[in-house]
Design a protein around this ligand. Structure first.
Ligand code: FAD
Length: 318
């Protein structure tokens, strides 16, 4: 079922959903199931599975020279989605990127998803590869998520890259896109970011999931701004309970979001990470309850490979 249909079916009740990462190469898929199993009691209508593009690593050879190697540390997004749908009977949503994909790769990826009965996708640009400062599109690829959305919308109309294909099958994807209540790192302003967000919707995206935020007022301000700009699709908030002291610096650095002063003070006071974890859970419960009270249709949690704190939050909210 499509995300938009899940929202309609819930009839105003706030639902629980979450995102998982494929395991590091070499690990068993059971590690994913171990994370999902405890969260199934909260009846998620869908589970997102992130996509991780290739990275470049340099290996030292015996002669002292360095050899550049391309590695994918977390492969398996499509396989995990198929396994989730098969094992749990829940919709799985693969993330798909512009980065590292030609248009032909994208088309073939989407055909695989369609054949597997996966009919939601999260369309993203992706970040620059770790060894580069700026995002670079593939020569025959997309530079922005809005272009990727366009290709998916075309496929939904039976328009494939090969114009000579006749009577081709139409796919039926519901497309989600990302948004940033505190602005995307590269955007010159929030208004400019929303301008391009509108383009993703115009090109066919049917719902939005936000970057994590720790201050609900940022989300509500963003929601109001989007509604004023005529964006009417659901805007699903992304939430993450802080779990370690290290994340105090890591989260603002990696995700370009601010942490509220009160939360920072509480975390700094903690003696160890088990105390931080508790602060993070309580903060996230408060955020979740306020969003639920405001009638937000779905709360989406970033598990980042660990589900125990998400479970602790969800037990208090759903
Ligand atoms: P876009 O919508 O293409 O926007 C990128 C930037 O370009 C923005 O600053 C925007 O304002 C600007 N822009 C857009 N269109 C134009 C245009 N036509 N001209 C000029 N500027 C323009 N990354 C992963 O690698 N894997 C994942 O699984 C993943 N999942 C994510 C899930 C969510 C919910 C979120 C919020 C992010 C996720 N990311 C993931 C990170 C994401 O790939 C990065 O944040 C990336 O830098 C931007 O992706 P986007 O789809 O928002 O890009």
């Amino acid at each position: 079922m499509k995300v938009t249909e899940h929202i309609k079916k819930a009839n105003g009740n706030t639902q629980f959903s979450f995102e998982i990462l494929p395991p590091l190469k070499g690990q068993h898929i059971q590690s994913i199931f171990d994370n999902i199993d405890p969260l199934m009691e909260f009846k998620p209508p869908f589970i997102d599975v992130t996509y991780h593009r290739e990275e470049y690593v340099y290996k030292e050879l015996e002669n002292g020279l360095l050899k550049k190697q391309v590695v994918k540390k977390r492969p398996g997004t499509v396989g995990i989605c198929a396994a989730i749908q098969n094992k749990y009977g829940v919709d799985a949503i693969p993330h798909i990127l512009c980065g590292g994909f030609t248009k032909e790769d994208t088309e073939n990826f989407l055909i695989d998803l369609d054949f597997l009965g996966i009919n939601n996708v999260m369309a993203l640009r992706g970040d620059a590869v770790k060894t580069e400062t700026y995002f670079k599109a593939e020569k025959e690829g997309h530079a922005y998520a809005s272009e990727l959305v366009n290709q998916i919308t075309d496929l939904n109309k039976g328009i494939y890259l090969d114009e000579e294909l006749k009577n081709s099958s139409e796919t039926n994807f519901c497309v989600g896109v990302a948004a940033y209540p505190e602005k995307h790192a590269e955007a010159p302003s929030l208004d400019s970011d929303i301008y391009f967000l509108k383009k993703k919707i115009k090109n066919g995206a049917q719902y939005i999931v936000t970057q994590m935020f720790f201050d609900n007022s940022k989300y509500f301000e963003f929601l109001n701004k989007c509604r004023k700009e005529g964006i009417t699709v659901p805007i699903i908030p992304g939430l993450k309970p802080i779990a370690t002291k290290k994340q105090l610096n890591l989260i603002p650095h990696r995700f370009h979001v601010d942490l509220p002063e009160d939360l920072i003070i509480e975390i700094v006071k903690c003696k160890d990470n088990s105390a931080v974890r508790q602060v993070g859970i309580e903060w996230c419960i408060d955020q979740s309850k306020a969003l639920q009270k405001a009638g937000i249709p779905i709360l989406h949690y970033y598990s980042m490979g660990k589900s125990d704190n998400i479970h602790a939050v969800a037990s208090n909210v759903f």
